[in-house]
Design a protein around this ligand. Sequence first.
Ligand code: GLN
Length: 479
Amino acid sequence: MENLTITKIVAGIKRKEFSPTEIVNYYLDKIEKEDKNIQAFLNVFKNSAIEKAKEIEKILKENKNSFKLLGVPIAIKDNILVKGFPCTAASKILENYIAPYDATVIKKLKKEGAIIIGKTNLDEFAMGSSTENSAFLKTKNPLDLEKVPGGSSGGSASAVAADLVPASLGSDTGGSIRQPAAFCGIVGLKPTYGAVSRYGLIAFASSLDQIGPLTKNVEDAKIIFDIIKGKDEMDNTSVSFFSKDKILSKNKIKIGIPKEFFGDSLDKNIKIGIENLIKKLEKEKIKFEEISLSHSKYALSCYYILATSEASSNLARYDGIKYGFSVLNDFQKNNKNLMDIYFESRGKGFGKEVKRRIMLGTFSLSSGYYDAYYLKAKKVQFLIKEDFNKIFKMVNFIFSPTSPFFPFKIGEKINNPLSMYLSDIYTVPVNLAELPAISIPLKTQTFNNFPVSLQIISPKFQEESLFNIASFIEKLENE
Ligand code: GLN
């Protein structure tokens, strides 16, 4: 049963090669044996997964088997609510929080017969690029256990890469699906902003956050995306998905290579890997053109102002009164005042990186500094969007590396936030411009067991075109 994909599981169950219970037990056993080393899961829903498998068997007996995820176990990043189970965002402040409802994406997955098998580790509140900022676990990269899996959806990525689950959901605010997918050698999609409902996603930076799939291949990413996309009344920023795809024949495709993304900060071997791919594609008559995204050099600074500002506001709700961890009991005993409750609950409940971001964001929004920081960053965001708009009048896709470097050692960057922030230098502009992008591993371009990963960016709502070109490359890489 090794290395099954969604497509294979659904087909196998329909053909009665295996039952949903066998599938679920297979993955539960694997998680029990192997997750000790990987530490991808914060919580495994053993009983409910087994029960759900039995339910699906009943459905199968009634011959209603048109569900798209019939019996497919899926792991969920622990910042997405699954009704009745803890949702911690890998933060002590939410350690005992139980989700009162299902996120819209979870409802949609369940409706298609998916089995939610458990919750995966992340950087606290999705802030980070290595999953080391989790208050609970240090997830390892299955390709090399001494290395980080990337982040913040590191648990979701390593669970799929280690074949503990066929697919998972993550969230991406500045790269948190694509970068861990790249580090673990799997596929990750960040959809167009608004394509997928954020209802039930614990907010980090609401104007940038999107939920998306992490899978073993492009086909599976498409299956999940097609299920979770669409307008949701509970999220005003979600839109009725209207495809703007242009399905082009190969010789009509033109791809932009941003010169700013291939400079000195890029690992030499990643550069060579992508250049080799370009040569292969040129033989297939695909055209390439050097382009310039001239404001992209400001993207990271812009992101760290906007994302932290929104985070400082979003995280104000964790005050020791409304949600989660609180020193309130202490307070009653020791006669403390309301301010003490706020300070102490937040002081003890949040980790270092989250506090750093709240301080940065609060500063950028504070009176006297707002114009110089937040407002200016908003203007820079506009210029970054304009760069992409202009370029997409000339090319159909943009290619870039997903990450400037290969996975680093656990502990290597944790005390140097600025070097950690650089992990997202190529992914952040995409969130700022609200565009979709997919990261795929180039299996023939591998260094020390780590595949080079390619990020493909398209205009808004052209996910279908992204899947098409990505699967074309995937096939080429597997030949
Ligand atoms: N690594 C980036 C950050 O730390 C992106 C995080 C994300 O996309 N959630 O903010």
